[in-house]
Write a protein that binds this ligand. Structure first.
Ligand code: UDX
Length: 464
């Protein structure tokens, strides 16, 4: 088999994902880019997380597991997050080493571990086994740079109230627009330690790969590359076929290969096919955060009052919070528990995206030219929302009230701003500009394309 010979010559990467939907998605897409270039790839995450993954038709990446010590329930079974993360480190180190030994016996020896930057211990495994160790930053460089500066003591916590934050290469941020772990600083918070801990040994990694693309973050990318000369941006990590307006003749990508999902998806493209062009607001608040019953009611009423057609992803765990009188399917609206989001965003019926501004959702919308209504909730999302509105100028921000709720009126106004008012034209034209830049970055000769080629060449040299 010609493909196999090429793969054997070009190397075998273990790609280790942190067990969360927003973390495995970009690593899966990156894996596909490697596979396409003749690299063998084994995608790895924890047993419990992988047991929930629905393998979509046409998926092409080999999947293996390690243990986090909580095989029958993952993080929810641990007494607290710190206990979980300690166990993941300890049991993960051992089971990752065992897995690599097993893979080595299959005739395709592993050359390289590409690990989620949260899993710094994987670099120690790579060193012990004499492999390349590559840190993969799943969030954007702006957010990474903020955490890096905190880690190095250049930005002190707690943040000073009402004092704007100016960091090199970044716009000025109000404290409330910093990632939630910094703004709502709690010493000892396990997630704060996780995001700051990413940089504990990053300088020792052979490569640092970031889930962003150069044109999106030029200043901060230039700056961080001075600190980490082996930093490379490889995004946007969304199905290549969609970046090519569904015209790709790159059959390698697989017809329906939009990855693995921990939630069961529902068909909604048929419904979208019957909606006029750019007429639908797509609403999805990611895979992790849950909203209060009051917030769900305000969203339901705001969407209905807007008079705009909408497609709303309400995960199973959130469904009971919908108002009793709210209908999940009408002529103008459809509620699904999960969908193939990148595919939906690329549908011509979509006019705007009401999003929590998780990094993947943000990059998917930007790369597919969809203007956003930002409704940030947690983690890096407020920072992303600020950049969406003020730097890329591809969205508006829904206003939260003093109780942290986006009221129906505020949501309706934000959707109208994009779908009905003058401001929408500017935002839409910027969105198209970014869409073109995203496609350029991943196509032959583009910034991410060159970076991936360089990385792949470095793997090939190991095998000559
Ligand atoms: C969170 C953070 O907010 C994010 O910034 C961080 O980098 C990872 O953790 P999450 O809530 O999962 O992530 O949001 P996001 O990063 O946007 O990832 C969600 C992923 O699920 C996206 O790739 C999106 O396409 C996918 N998705 C979402 C679906 O495929 N179908 C859906 O119905 C909803």
């Amino acid at each position: 088999m010609e493909g196999e010979t090429k793969a054997a010559r070009r190397g075998h990467c273990v790609v280790l994902a942190y067990p969360a939907q927003g973390h495995i998605n970009p690593m899966l897409e990156f894996s596909k880019r490697l596979l396409h270039r003749g690299i063998s790839v084994t995608l790895v995450s924890t047993r419990f997380f992988c047991s929930k993954l629905q393998k979509l038709p046409g998926s092409i990446i080999a999947l293996e597991t390690i243990s986090d010590g909580f095989d029958d329930g993952g993080i929810d079974k641990a007494e607290n997050h710190k206990i979980y993360l300690d166990s993941l480190r300890q049991v993960g180190t051992q089971t990752l080493s065992e897995l690599i030994e097993k893979l080595n016996r299959t005739g395709k020896p592993v050359d390289c571990i590409i690990y989620d930057s949260f899993l710094t211990w994987a670099l120690e495994v790579s060193r012990k086994l004499g492999l390349l160790g590559v840190s993969f930053l799943t969030q954007n460089l702006s957010v990474d740079s903020i955490y890096y500066h905190v880690n190095k003591g250049k930005l002190k916590l707690p943040l000073v109230k009402d004092q704007n934050i100016s960091l090199p290469g970044l716009p000025s941020f109000e404290p409330c627009d910093m990632p939630s772990f910094l703004y709502e600083y709690e010493p000892g918070n396990a997630f704060l330690d996780l995001v700051l801990g990413q940089f504990s040994n990053i300088e020792k990694a052979d490569w640092i790969i970031c889930n962003s693309f150069y044109e999106m973050e030029i200043e901060v990318a230039d700056l961080m590359r001075k600190i980490w000369p082996n930093l490379r941006t490889v995004g946007p990590t969304i199905p290549y076929k969609l970046l090519n307006n569904n015209n790709s003749n790159n059959t390698f990508e697989g017809e329906e290969d939009y990855g693995f999902s921990i939630f069961k998806g529902e068909e909604c493209t048929k419904w979208l096919d019957n909606q006029p062009k750019q007429s639908v607001a797509f609403v999805s608040l990611g895979s992790m955060v849950s909203s209060s019953k009051e917030q769900m009611k305000e969203l339901a009423m705001g969407l209905t009052d807007s008079g705009i057609s909408f497609l709303w992803v309400v995960r199973d765990s959130e469904e009971a919070k919908l108002p009793a009188s709210f209908s999940k399917k009408t002529k103008k609206s459809l509620v699904v528990t999960w969908c193939q989001q990148p595919k939906v965003l690329s549908h011509e019926a979509i006019g705007c995206f009401v999003t929590h501004c998780g990094w993947n959702s943000t990059m998917e919308a930007l790369s597919l030219g969809v203007p956003m209504v930002a409704l940030p909730l947690w983690s890096d999302q407020r920072t992303n929302a600020t950049i969406i509105k003020d730097v890329w100028k591809i969205g508006v921000r829904a206003e939260f009230d003093e109780n942290g709720i986006v009221r129906r009126e505020a949501l309706k106004n934000s959707i109208w701003e994009i779908m009905k008012y003058e401001r929408g034209c500017e935002v839409k034209s910027n969105a198209m500009k970014w869409k073109n830049l995203a496609a350029k970055a991943v196509h032959e000769g583009g910034s991410s394309w060159k970076n991936i080629e360089e990385f792949v060449d470095s793997l090939s040299h190991l095998n000559v």
